[in-house]
Design a protein around this ligand. Sequence first.
Ligand code: KIV
Length: 289
Amino acid sequence: MSTTFQLDTSTSRANPTPAPMKRLTVPKIRQRKSDGSTDLPLVMLTAYTARQAQLLDAHCDLLLVGDSLGQVIYGLPSTIPVTLRMMADHAAAVVRGSYHAVVVVDMPFGSYEQSPQQAFESASFLLKESGAAAVKLEGGEVMAETVAFLNQRGIPVMGHVGLTPQAVNVLGGYAARGRSGTEAEKIVSDAKALDDAGAFAIVVEGVVEPIAIDATNSVACPTIGIGASSKCDGQVLVTEDMLGMFERVPRFVKKYENIAQLIEQTVATYASEVRERTFPGAEQTYQPK
Ligand code: KIV
């Protein structure tokens, strides 16, 4: 049974300002890059919950239910242990909380690499369970056949090249990629292979800037940079990183806020009011009529 349904706005405290908009589509995102350039860069952020999606939706073209939820939500050491079930449930919440952005869901490690058929089974499960519009998978040339297979069967695919976190055990860490000539050429040829296979957009992560620019100029579909270049066709960040939820973030993250500090200060105020018996006050307490 599909878990996708719109919030009941008359009863839900989670949706104070319902402003339904017509949802963007994958072809509309793809068309934002015409004649090799994108006039208005694409805005993408990660989202994992319904309320987060509601707050981000109007500002974003795409919401990515990233497998980074492994670390951000579940406290896991990497994205490797993330499961299809986790991705499907969080993606369903994000779809319920959004009206406007295209929702893209990450395919977790182990759910697609074996064969195009395995990828189709996993991707169709994710889309059926969540109502998301597209999937994202990591890898370049080696995944091109799978990207074409999915695309031809009705599943739009966003690619992901450069630093691919699911390959952390092969790469040995999360350092920027493309510092050697061969690695640089490989990243650009990976992007081209995904583009030829029909990817509607490609995330370019953690690469030195000239490669991001080269990849962007070499493919017809939009590139979405993270730790890449402002010249990519769009940008993505992990929302909790840019809000300042964590002390340690990659160098490429700009912290727009210090939400962790705000939460700590607010909770400290609550704790002292409870201990001083000043909360709950008269306004929060029921009295007999
Ligand atoms: O999982 C994720 O959040 C991602 C982005 C960082 C691109 O793949």
